[in-house]
Design a protein around this ligand. Structure first.
Ligand code: 5GP
Length: 201
């Protein structure tokens, strides 16, 4: 049987990865979304165990010590980490797993899991990126330029990924990711079992 795909989607802040991943999960109900743990406070409408596992800094440190994370990173002053528990189990069962994580986290997973599928989302233009960062509202000019410059620096890291998807419209980006999934499933190295089965006698 073919193992599931470990799909890692990231991109600079403001590229809309949350929206793209949400739509992808709606369209592929069998895709398993890996719920991260974070030390940030829940936003209005967020529920523990749905968007994130909201835990304290002490708990987070315990999880690190107990090696419960595949990766973790500090993002804008809060900790975020991918619990390793369940990921391997799902992959072994042939189920695809989606990680929506920041760039530092994705680079760390790349070192540990070269079999993963690394997808980098790009904004259609810098102008659009600026609009999206502004669109979050309540940004002071200083915060805006800090986030905008950080996002530009983050974009440069995209060249380390295997795939790049321009998020011009959510539907088109989702279609491209679905095509990537289909192509990855057809890779010879993921299908060696087929050859073994056909050639066993
Ligand atoms: P937010 O607080 O807006 O939900 O997320 C802030 C950033 O943290 C986003 O870029 C999001 O992708 C990233 N993030 C969420 N979960 C994880 C995780 O488990 N690990 C890492 N490294 N980043 C994460």
């Amino acid at each position: 049987m073919q193992k599931g795909l470990l799909l890692v989607v990231s991109g600079a802040s403001g590229t809309g990865k949350g929206t793209v991943c949400k739509k992808l999960l709606e369209e592929i109900p069998t895709l398993f979304y890996s719920i991260s743990a974070t030390t940030r406070q829940p936003r209005i409408g967020e529920t523990d165990g749905v968007e994130y596992f909201f835990i304290s800094v002490d708990e987070f440190k315990n999880w690190i010590a107990e090696e419960k994370f595949l990766e973790y990173a500090e993002v804008y002053g809060n900790f975020y980490g991918t619990p390793i528990h369940k990921i391997e189990e799902r992959l072994q069962r042939g189920e695809d797993v989606l990680l929506e994580i920041d760039i530092q986290g994705a680079l760390n997973v790349m070192k540990k899991r070269p079999d993963g599928v690394y997808i980098f989302l790009l904004p259609p233009s810098l102008e659009e990126l600026a609009n999206r960062i502004n669109g979050r509202g309540s940004e002071s000019p200083e915060t805006f330029s800090r986030r905008f410059n950080a996002a530009k620096n983050e974009i440069a890291v995209g060249e380390k990924y295997q795939y790049v998807v321009v998020n011009d419209t959510v539907d088109a980006a989702v279609e491209k990711i679905k095509s990537i999934i289909a192509a990855e499933r057809c890779k010879v190295k993921r299908n060696e079992f087929l050859f073994e089965k056909l050639l066993e006698n």
